[in-house]
Design a protein around this ligand. Structure first.
Ligand code: NIG
Ligand code: FE
Length: 403
């Protein structure tokens, strides 16, 4: 008696991204069986024991887990091209923020936008990622800051997943910047985030994580700590923008609160890397923001490696510091700017990105995991980080359904 399955993809090389002792977790001349949205078997031999509903000949191409962009701010209105121009004329990101531009200027535009307008703009950006093989995207709020607009942003994030073949993990980023109406009383804004918005977001199930911007132009470690406590009280994961522009010891603090990731970390002190090593916190590097802000301080990559801290990478897609709707370009940047190897870069958008979102069922090709898969007509997986704008997946499946 043969076992019925939904899908059989055969004649592929697999970059499983598991720790099977081979680079990229390779499995040559393999077949993958899918049932009820999950991978149910992987073998090198033909599948005599199965009766598949659909059979796909991979023609010797490479099969990979769908990419995961674990840090984006892709729901927003307007753009900040004028600020890019100002920076090229000599103003810094911090100066622009201090003069009422920066995040606040996107807040102004986003507050004015309707849900339909926001969705239309957001879909354009999300589609770019999806076209490159991204099957899962984390999307932060943080350009509304008031209750209404933050909830609207989080709803739009969820709608992106209804319109496109992609899983969305929404994050509430109320502590992104102090909105103008609280300019003279930032602590009152933090109380509003903790006591009013987080409970609403949790009650309506609109986010799975809470994020903060721990920085002189964002929030102090003490203020961030309040947000972490409120997040924990509502069973939400903690993520944090830390050590992007200066070393406020935000990563250490976030790790103490079991943050699932600390993101940016160019200014993370080498001595603090051991704190991450002793936690379950993933280091998320964002080379797009480093590139756009012409940062020169490199994240402590060698130290992260030595301490076996999992490194994820992400686009940080946002209108200010990283208007890059391309995970593949980001992978190249992680190699060229931060010195990651192509394999580290690929782990950064698969297995480690999954960990940065607490997703145990994604990011690798292994039995029992979600069948989010992309087929690529490439010679070798190092090609993902090698070129810019040269390759796209030839076929893809989300939970076993072809997209
Ligand atoms: O990850 N650093 C804070 N947040 C974003 C930038 C947001 C913006 O400039 O609009 C970041 O770089
Ligand atoms: Fe960010």
């Amino acid at each position: 008696m043969k076992t019925k399955i939904d899908l059989l993809i055969h004649n592929v090389s697999i970059a499983s991204m598991t720790d099977n002792g081979l680079p990229y977790g390779q499995i040559q001349n393999a077949s993958v069986a899918v049932k009820s949205g999950s991978i149910c078997s992987i073998t090198k031999s033909p599948f005599d024991e199965f009766e598949p509903e659909k059979v796909v000949d991979g023609q010797g191409q490479w099969l990979l887990p769908g990419f995961i962009d674990c840090h984006t701010h892709l729901v927003y209105a307007g753009n900040r091209a004028k600020e890019f121009e100002m920076r090229q004329q000599g103003k810094t990101y911090t100066e622009i923020a201090q003069q009422g531009g920066g995040i606040q200027s996107t807040v102004n535009a986003t507050r004015r936008a309707t849900e339909a307008e926001l969705l239309e703009d957001s879909l354009k950006r999300a589609r770019r990622l999806v076209e490159e093989g991204v099957t899962c995207i984390e999307i932060k709020s943080g350009y509304g800051l008031d209750l209404d607009t933050e909830l609207r942003m989080l709803k739009v994030a969820a709608e992106v997943a209804e319109k496109l073949p992609v899983t969305v993990l929404p994050t509430y980023l109320g502590a992104h910047t102090v909105p103008v109406e609280y300019k003279n009383n930032p602590d009152a804004y933090v109380d509003y985030v903790c006591d009013t918005v987080i409970p609403k977001v949790a009650e309506q199930g609109l986010a799975v994580s809470v994020d903060v911007f721990c920085e002189s132009i964002g929030f102090s470690p003490q203020q961030c700590e309040k947000v972490f406590i409120a997040a924990q009280e509502h069973d939400l994961n903690i993520k944090a923008h830390v050590e992007q522009l200066s070393d406020l010891k935000g990563a250490k603090l976030a790790a103490q609160y079991q943050a699932i990731s600390v993101d940016h970390i160019e200014y993370l002190d080498e001595d603090d890397v051991s704190v991450l090593a002793n936690s379950d916190t993933v280091a998320v590097l964002l080379p797009g923001a480093f590139y756009y802000l012409r940062e020169t301080q490199l994240p402590p990559v060698n130290s992260l490696r030595q301490h076996n801290v999992p490194i994820a990478i992400a686009t940080d897609l946002n209108p200010g510091s990283s208007p890059i709707a391309s995970i593949l370009t980001t992978m190249n940047m992680a190699c060229v700017l931060f010195g990651l190897t192509p394999e580290e870069s690929l782990r950064g958008v698969t297995v480690h990105a999954a960990k940065a979102l607490h997703l145990e069922n994604k990011g690798q090709i292994a039995v029992g995991l979600d069948a989010d898969l992309c087929l690529w007509d490439i010679e070798h997986p190092c090609e993902f980080s090698y070129g810019i704008n040269q390759i796209r997946p030839t076929r893809k499946w989300i939970a076993g359904n072809e997209a």
